[in-house]
Design a protein around this ligand. Structure first.
Ligand SMILES: Nc1ncnc2c1ncn2[C@@H]1O[C@H](COP(=O)(O)OP(=O)(O)OP(=O)(O)O)[C@@H](O)[C@H]1O
Ligand SMILES: [Mg+2]
Length: 229
């Protein structure tokens, strides 16, 4: 029998903005090491669902447990510990404009007080894989949208997170660049990371992997379990 090891659990999670229920009594269990795709129309709440996992948004009702931590009860001291579990590729990248490419990625490890030699090695490693190692001294606003996205991916992965939240991670990329990023996420998946991708459209991933397909619409989450078997 397969041992279930849920790393994310949501119980009757409702999210309201004003009077509108964006998410309505969502129940979800994601096991450690799963590859999950959340699709659904624009405005359905995919980004909001992800944000709630790392306390980027509060739930209105219900409960979320991440790796045994109840987010409603987590103390201020423990919040950084929760956030470290996640590598987040933000839909709008959220790069710091007055820091270079190298500095944007290095910040993650500097905040953890890692050794400078380790930081240099890890940062260059992820920038090389995302193809941005030749632009380490550039500032984000001098990069194209696709290049900024690749820096955002490098930053999400540099800390070897247990859970990768990727919000439209290939939205600004052409097919070749998108394939490189998806293959990179797959490498992390193969190393055991839980991957949670939000996207309108994941044609590119269909031939690469069996994934769990969640569909969000009108506040309801449909779980189509594993597709592409
Ligand atoms: N901070 C906020 N305050 C008020 N309304 C919000 C806020 N954040 C999101 N919303 C609303 O919640 C709904 C869901 O937004 P969300 O960004 O989660 O959708 P999405 O599925 O990620 O859409 P997209 O595919 O366009 O990225 C939208 O109607 C949005 O306007
Ligand atoms: Mg979104």
């Amino acid at each position: 029998m397969k041992i279930r090891n849920p790393i994310i659990r949501m119980f009757n999670v409702t999210k309201r903005f004003g009077k509108k229920n964006i998410l309505n009594k969502i129940n979800l269990e994601v096991n450690s090491g799963e590859f999950v795709l959340v699709s659904g129309p624009s405005g359905a709440g995919k980004t909001t669902l992800m944000k709630m996992l790392y306390l980027g948004e509060k739930v209105s009702l219900g409960q979320i447990i991440v790796d045994g931590m109840n987010l409603a009860r987590i103390s201020k001291e423990k919040t950084p510990y929760l956030r470290r579990k996640f590598g987040v590729i933000f839909q709008d990248f959220k790069l710091i404009p007055n820091r270079t490419v190298y500095e944007n990625v290095a910040l993650v490890l500097e905040a953890r007080h890692e050794k400078p030699t380790f930081i240099r090695k890890k940062v260059m490693e992820v920038l090389k894989i995302t193809g941005m190692d030749t632009r380490i001294n550039s500032f984000p606003l001098s990069l194209s949208g696709g290049e900024q996205q690749r820096v955002a991916v490098a930053r999400a992965l540099v800390g070897d997170p247990a859970i990768i939240l990727a919000d439209e991670p290939t939205g600004s990329l052409d097919n070749d660049a998108a394939n490189i990023i998806l293959d990179f996420l797959l490498q992390y998946h193969n190393k055991g990371a839980t991957i949670f991708i939000a996207s309108h459209n994941m044609e590119l991933i269909k031939n690469k992997i069996k994934y769990r397909n969640l569909y969000l619409n009108n506040g309801v989450l449909e779980d189509n379990k594993i597709v592409n078997t």
